[in-house]
Ligand binder design. Structure first.
Ligand code: FAD
Length: 500
């Protein structure tokens, strides 16, 4: 409430925020989490908490009057529809050159993501985060993260027979026949539950076209793992539908955190300021970077390092789809949780790690969809616009050309070997590459540059960054396990040295 004083305040409830919440509360510290999105725990009139991808309603998007699907077209026609403006679960935040998809709600990205829980390659982690002891990460923090996240693996024998993974087998077999290695992807979705879905013994979720607007069953999202464990300590409070707008030194010591309580239509209901001894920025790569850049520009935290707001990347994301021959059906039933990736990362001419993505339209479409992660070296910055009081991102769509080029090499090879072609009707009219969007915003407050080696903001005792903004633009794989493990490493040190 307005005027409160709390020992620790966490801005955002995604991976970084949830790790902070659990470890701080377990260390005996009362912790307040402030989250701009809703607490997704109440069913709507249809008996469901979340809507599916085939019939999106107001619950789907964050404050939009029209859906903004990542695959936005079909046969070149805009496939989006009008919706009621509401604080829905998926944000497609539009900057000049890129749409950045992010989860909004208690649990952050874990509510909307594909659940793929991939540990990065060790040599690549050492390359992107050279100041981090890789041995400790792989011995201690990755295992700690994957255990707490509830990561599990698909049964390979079941995978080979399940209808819902026909799409993945077709793409995998063609990739292998074209000379590429493939790998199973661990996931936080309960594969035991999915098996029962396939058998028809439980309500369907991953098999009912649920994923990017939330899963009603089966998914071990952060509200069910880290945050539930933190709540069990009795020391956690979560305040949803409150957006933090300012952080500045408090006259009485510590930090004054100002927030707006939001109505479901997006308007401000009330403004509150609380005082916190310690503040953990966990608003995600975009949220944390925007807030800190604004605070520096507005003179509230004028001495933040110049590196705050720099080093942002899209993890080299690019989407593409291939048209299959009529005899290669991809299946009307497709699990929303990807289970296989094409691993061509070792190729020095253009590393690619591509997830075989579902196209869960509920009908046979002969489409093979991919989200490719590439090693795009381009980076962008967040910049404050004093005329509008908003923070923009300098990324230009053309900066994603290296990602397109790398993915093109792989999928041209597959198309040639399989005598197939690209779909050019799904990302626009005559547009093969989904190159203007990312699911993997990373960087903006890079570890060891904007912060010290554990996420402390230099010169600002008690301010910490603990989310994807610490990672310099690329992980080479889907990022949430890396974000979680790095947060585990950093909070352990912070609790031991700053909070003891
Ligand atoms: P987030 O999880 O984004 O959490 C930040 C939280 O802070 C959000 O809840 C946000 O609402 C809140 N917030 C922001 N600003 C404020 C503010 N000012 N005040 C209060 N609250 C605020 N990654 C994988 O590893 N595997 C996958 O399969 C995968 N699939 C994905 C699919 C989709 C559709 C999307 C969008 C992402 C996917 N990702 C995946 C990416 C992954 O979800 C993100 O990398 C991850 O969630 C980032 O974690 P974070 O802690 O940095 O921030």
């Amino acid at each position: 409430d307005d005027g409160d004083h709390v020992p620790a305040l966490v801005i955002g409830s995604g991976y970084g925020g949830s790790v902070a919440a659990l470890r701080l509360t377990r260390a005996g510290i009362a912790t307040a989490v402030v989250e701009m999105g809703m607490a997704w725990n109440t069913a709507g009139p249809d008996g469901k908490i979340f809507c599916d991808m085939l019939d999106p309603d107001r619950r789907s998007y964050w404050l939009r009057t029209r859906t903004d699907q990542p695959v936005g077209y079909f046969l070149g026609i805009d496939a989006n529809r009008s919706i009621e403006r509401y604080t829905g679960v998926l944000d497609s935040e539009r900057f000049a050159g890129i749409r950045v998809y992010q989860g909004r709600g208690v649990g952050g990205g874990s509510l909307v993501n594909g659940g793929m829980a991939v540990v990065p390659r060790r040599d690549y982690l050492a390359e992107i985060l050279p100041s981090v002891d890789a041995a400790a990460m792989y011995a201690t923090y990755f295992p700690r993260a994957t255990a707490a996240l509830g990561v599990n693996a698909v049964d390979p024998a079941w995978f080979e027979t399940a209808d819902c993974y026909r799409y993945a087998r077709v793409s995998r077999d063609q990739a292998r026949a074209s000379g590429y290695a493939t790998t199973f992807l661990p996931n936080v979705y309960d594969f035991g539950y999915m098996r029962q879905e396939q058998a028809g013994t439980v309500p369907r979720s991953a098999l009912a076209s649920e994923v990017i607007y939330g899963n009603n069953h089966g998914k071990r999202s952060l509200d069910k793992t880290y945050l539930a464990a933190a709540a069990a300590t009795g020391r956690l409070t979560i305040t949803a539908q409150h957006v933090v707008t300012a952080v500045a030194p408090a006259p009485a010591g510590g930090w004054a955190v100002t927030m707006n309580q939001l109505a479901t239509t997006g308007g401000t209901v009330a403004t509150k300021t609380v005082r916190a001894d310690r503040v953990f920025f966990a608003a995600g790569s975009v949220g944390t970077s925007k807030l800190l850049v604004a605070m520096r520009a507005q003179g509230r935290l004028p001495d933040l390092p110049a590196a705050v707001g720099q080093g942002w990347g899209n993890n080299g994301n690019v989407m593409v789809a291939r048209a299959q021959h009529l005899w290669n059906t991809t299946g009307a039933l497709q699990s929303g949780m990807p289970a296989v990736g094409i691993d061509n990362w070792a190729d020095p001419a253009g590393p690619v790690f591509a997830e075989i993505a579902p196209f869960p339209a509920g009908t046979e479409l002969w489409i093979s969809l991919y989200l490719a992660i590439t090693k795009n070296p381009n980076r962008a910055q967040f910049a404050y616009d004093s005329a509008t009081g908003t923070v923009g991102l300098t990324w230009r769509t053309a900066q994603n050309q290296p990602a397109v080029a790398a993915a093109k090499r792989v999928f041209d090879t597959i198309n040639k070997a399989q005598v197939t072609v690209y779909r050019s009707d799904l990302f626009g009219v005559n547009k093969v590459w989904g190159d203007d969007l990312t699911y993997h915003p990373l960087g903006g407050c890079v570890l060891g540059r904007a912060t010290d080696d554990y996420g402390r903001l230099p010169g600002h005792p008690g301010l910490y960054v603990i989310d994807g903004s610490l990672i310099p633009g690329s992980t080479g794989v889907n990022p949430f396990v890396t974000i979680t493990a790095l947060a585990e490493r950093n909070i352990e040190r912070i609790i031991a040295t700053d909070l003891a």
